[in-house]
Design a protein around this ligand. Structure first.
Ligand SMILES: *Cc1c(COP(=O)(O)O)cnc(C)c1O
Length: 242
């Protein structure tokens, strides 16, 4: 199967999930996650219509972005989706259009500072939420907030502070479901993120249009649970070469 075939199949699967959920496929943004894939593979996907590209490491973005830009005239939107250390905030702000993995206020503050210096308008960010509570996951503690006043305050305050930073635009929330969990558990995580978004939106009158959730193993479920952005790697690009 070529990358163009894979992309078509993913788009068909998105359309089917949307039909089941009574949703409009046009309301869903597909981000192709190209980590550990060569620039040529990204260019194939771009030629087949992909416009949003995700990388999970600043170093890889630094190498691949210029090569992809040189190979295509298309206006692409680059997303940082992996854990980002604060000391790499400057380069991330220079390279990427969207940082989906903002998981601390410290990182948000540094991104704001460097987004101001890059002179391309505000950097879009998503706040990454650890909804499942797994110790291995990055993100703000986004679980059990309904029963824990302190945790809820911390979350509400994090969003308030990020929204007040000058060079960032907080557009939504991102999460990752547990890997290899049962469908019921995965669905619960996605529904939890949707409910957290609704609570934050109404408490802070903060529009958070983007719900980034769903990867190769679970994106149809994510669509059924309200995802507006999917991050799909292997289903488009094939297995990664480690
Ligand atoms: C790798 C990765 C993806 C894509 O994973 P696939 O299973 O290849 O679809 C999505 N989001 C993040 C944060 C990733 O690191």
């Amino acid at each position: 199967m070529s990358i163009a075939d894979n992309l078509k199949r993913v788009q068909d699967t998105i359309a089917e999930a949307c039909a089941r959920a009574g949703r409009d496929p046009a309301a869903i943004t597909l981000v192709g996650v190209s980590k550990q894939q060569p620039p040529g593979a990204i260019l194939e996907a771009v030629a087949a219509g992909l416009r949003h590209i995700g990388e999970n490491r600043v170093e890889e973005g630094r190498e691949k972005l210029p090569l992809v830009a040189a190979g295509s005239d298309c206006r692409l939107t680059w997303h940082m989706v992996g854990h980002l250390q604060s000391r790499k905030a400057k380069e991330a702000a220079a390279l990427f259009d969207v940082v989906q993995s903002v998981d601390s206020l410290r990182l948000a503050r540094r991104l704001s500072r460097f987004a101001g210096e890059r002179g391309r308008g505000p950097l879009q960010i998503l706040l990454e939420m650890n909804v499942s509570g797994e110790a291995s996951k990055y993100g703000f503690a986004g679980y059990n907030w309904a029963n824990d006043e302190a945790r809820k305050d911390a979350l509400w305050q994090a969003l308030r502070e990020c929204r007040a930073l000058p060079n960032l635009k907080v557009v939504g929330l991102m999460t990752m479901a547990p890997y290899d969990a049962e469908e019921r558990q995965i669905r619960r995580v996605f529904a939890d993120l949707r409910e957290l978004r609704a609570a934050l939106q109404s408490a802070l009158a903060a529009p958070l249009p983007v719900l980034s959730m769903g990867m190769t193993n679970d994106y149809p479920i994510a669509i059924e649970e309200g995802a507006t952005m999917l991050r799909v790697g292997r289903a488009i690009f094939g297995e990664r070469s480690y």
